[in-house]
Ligand binder design. Structure first.
Ligand code: ADP
Ligand code: MG
Length: 713
């Protein structure tokens, strides 16, 4: 049968035309975007259940997961008296003994359970009184005389697929068994040298293994092949973007080292060596006649802004424009203030343009608040050289003039797509140089994979005048002591941040307060408690994501001005916020945050000359929590913690929401760091040789599919 139909079926055949799948299952699979034979073959399991060993019934032990193979001796269906739940029971025996299986609320199962049929049952065994039962097992009727290992759902290494309503793993396994014969016709698309050199399985072999593995070991090798190809495809995208950038035209801005030194010498502080190195990298980028793409990474407080600002001044000196984009109004305002404060002599024009602020600085003696319309006109005419704003600048379609440099602060919030949009919108035929800045320490392998092909600069030291932040894990018994300490700091005119894991109290926690002491603390509750009971004389503010943008801005501005002593907030408080007078960071429920995140919170204090403190409160007192927090105390820099976090919590936390589809690939990069380097090199070589991949039609086709999968198109 299959032989004859195989002749008309290709990888492109819709599944609904396949015998055994048809309209009914076809429509359900379609919901998952699986339409053709090929789509289904590409729908890969995300884990496996090892049901390959068959256990004689007499050897079954409680609290284990087993597969037994036996004959159905009796079946029963009944309802529980009160809950009206259906219970299906079957007793099964082999040569060694018998055992009962039970299913709850799955009435339909009874129709499959025919007496004297042979069945595989795979599931967890529990003890019920003196008897053992298998609870809600996977079940599968095995034809008389057939091998119990011939099952699809039992008796083998069983693949588990991502499920959705109406599409269970069982259905996918069933459907896959119908297309198994066609897997071998999936063509290879990786260049041969790559598969040979890296000892990769052929694509068809890998796919077959993933759906029908004989051993778990085998699946690792197959997964490796898929990881390699995904990373290679991503690197191809990166390499061709890079290629396009390299062939684009951009303003080449020369700098005068003497002039730069002069500007640096006029600053009220000495630049760190790392800052100088980063500045040099950026200035060299600016000289290039083609667009460059650099990520400047550095711990919070390491002084990235001043470095980017100096680069912007070089651009302005060449009569070109530089754009600064910040994720929030508060940060845009902060950047604007930085320019005014450190470069009061600059007369080329610094504009601030956000939803609620406009300002124009033309040198110490001249600052005005122009109407937006006029400001935009000046920008379009090229009369203003430096423009600072939020990413609303993009949506407002401000017309720029001769943009040579775009600086994106805290770029991980923008995501891949917006960056691409920015590049296209910023100017006509000339591509600006792009400088992104981030305090999120993204491990290098990850950055090179998911952020695209960029150059990296690192500021890995803090300014000399910083005192290390004293960090303490505070046990619940010591809470009052910590409060007393904070009170003293506030009396000395210092300020404190309090970060909580959630906005609202949890319902459970309200009703069963005493029982659920460990429920995560909320901003609203803590705000009440701190402002009324603990620090009744202090000025306490609250900040969280449910507040309107203007309300948030107001609160942050008040804290920056010093009109608030304590700011209770969720993690929304901007990563780049700079309040040198804040010396206390108190983190509630610290076990709820990732290590890198805690590190970032802590970085918001210790920016001035006063000694700063970070108190980590945790209502859970376990050894693991303690160990994690200790890692934070010992860590030398954010990167060290990021690597630990990457191992403990996976790569998702390093990526913005915009990068849906990326976490999976990022996980592969993290698991196979060697592949990142190999695929990157191979992708560059290939794109150099054949930029449009015209000689690789299969590869081209897969690349298009892949872009869709990771939402890049
Ligand atoms: P981030 O890297 O987190 O964006 P900022 O650029 O906001 O850090 O800098 C933090 C603070 O440190 C600012 O007040 C800035 O003026 C100051 N600063 C920057 N560089 C130095 C330096 N070399 N020495 C002392 N203070 C510096
Ligand atoms: Mg910053």
């Amino acid at each position: 049968m299959q032989q004859s139909s195989a002749q008309h079926i290709t990888l492109a055949t819709p599944l609904s035309l396949l015998k055994g799948i048809g309209q009914r299952f076809g429509a359900r699979l379609q919901k998952l975007g699986i339409e053709t034979v090929k789509d289904l073959i590409y729908y890969l399991p995300f884990r496996y259940q090892d049901f390959s060993a068959i256990t004689p019934i007499k050897d079954v032990l409680p609290e284990t997961v087993v597969t037994v193979f036996g004959e159905i001796v009796s079946t029963k269906i009944y309802r529980t008296p009160h809950k009206k739940m259906y219970i299906v029971e079957a007793t099964v025996s082999d040569k060694t003994g018998s055992i009962k299986a039970v299913w709850f609320n799955q009435r339909f199962i009874i129709t499959s359970l025919k007496k004297e049929a042979w069945i595989n049952l795979s599931g967890k065994v529990i003890a019920q009184g003196k008897h053992l039962i298998i609870q809600s097992p996977q079940y599968e009727i095995i034809l008389k005389g057939a091998d119990p290992h011939s099952g699809k759902h039992t008796g083998r290494i069983v693949p588990v697929y991502p499920e959705t309503k109406g599409v269970t793993s069982r259905l996918v396994r069933f459907a896959i068994s119908k297309v198994e014969p066609f897997i071998k016709s999936v063509p290879e698309f990786l260049p041969k040298e790559l598969t040979v050199e890296n000892k990769l399985l052929a694509l068809a072999t890998a796919l077959h293994t993933l759906h029908f593995p004989k051993t778990l070991q085998e699946t690792y090798h197959a997964q490796e092949r898929i990881a390699f190809q995904d990373l290679f495809l991503l690197q191809l995208i990166n390499a061709s973007e890079q290629h396009a950038l390299f062939n684009s035209l951009s303003h080449s801005c020369q700098y005068d080292p003497k002039d730069i030194s002069e500007k640096i010498n006029r600053l009220p502080f000495v630049l760190t060596l790392a800052q100088k190195k980063a500045l040099y990298d950026i200035l060299e980028d600016l000289k290039k006649p083609h667009a460059t793409n650099r990520l400047l990474q550095g711990d919070v407080g390491s002084g990235k802004t001043i470095v980017a600002a100096l680069a912007a001044l070089v651009v302005a000196q060449q009569a070109k424009q530089a754009i600064f984009m910040a994720p929030t109004e508060v940060l845009a305002l902060q950047h604007y203030t930085t320019f005014k404060k450190f470069f009061p002599y600059f007369e080329g024009g610094v504009a601030l343009l956000t939803a609620s602020h406009t300002a124009l600085f033309l040198g110490e003696t001249l600052e005005t608040e122009l109407p937006k319309k006029d400001l935009r006109a000046h920008i379009a005419a090229g009369k203003i050289k430096i423009v600072i704003g939020t990413h609303a600048i993009l949506q407002k379609k401000v017309i720029f003039h001769d943009v040579a440099l775009v600086v994106i602060d805290e770029q991980h919030r923008f995501g891949v797509k917006q960056r691409a949009q920015l590049l296209t919108q910023a100017d006509t035929a000339i591509s600006p140089h792009l400088l992104s800045m981030s305090a999120t320490p993204i491990p290098r392998t990850l950055a090179l994979t998911v952020l695209g092909d960029l150059e990296l600069s690192l500021i890995n030291e803090l300014p000399k005048d910083r005192k290390p932040i004293i960090t303490k894990v505070v046990s619940p018994q010591k809470r009052d002591e910590a409060y007393a300490f904070i009170k003293k700091q506030i009396e000395n005119k210092r300020q404190a941040y309090v970060v909580c894991p959630r906005i609202d109290p949890q319902e459970e926690a309200v009703t069963k307060k005493k029982l659920f002491q460990w429920e995560a603390r909320s901003v609203k509750e803590e705000y009440d408690k701190l402002s009324k009971k603990i620090f009744p004389h202090a000025r306490v503010g609250m900040l969280h994501g449910q507040m309107r943008a203007e309300e948030k801005t107001e609160v942050i501005e008040a804290f920056k001005r010093g009109s608030l002593d304590i700011l209770v907030s969720t993690s929304v408080i901007e990563v780049g916020i700079d309040v040198p007078n804040a010396t206390i960071m108190m983190i509630e429920g610290s076990e709820h945050f990732g290590l890198s995140q805690l590190y970032q919170f802590r970085g918001r204090v210790g920016r001035g000359t006063h000694q700063s403190y970070c108190f980590l409160f945790s209502d859970i007192h376990s050894k693991t929590t303690q160990d994690r927090l200790e890692a934070l105390i010992k860590a030398k820099n954010g990167f060290e913690l990021a690597e630990i976090d990457l191992r403990l919590r996976g790569p998702g936390q390093f990526l913005g929401e915009e990068q849906a589809g990326m976490p999976d690939i990022a996980a592969k990069a993290a698991k196979h760091p060697a592949f990142v380097a190999i695929t990157r090199k191979a992708a560059h070589e290939l794109i150099k040789k054949d930029p449009t991949l015209s000689e690789y039609p299969y590869l081209s086709a897969y690349l298009a599919l892949f872009k869709k999968k990771i939402h890049l198109e």
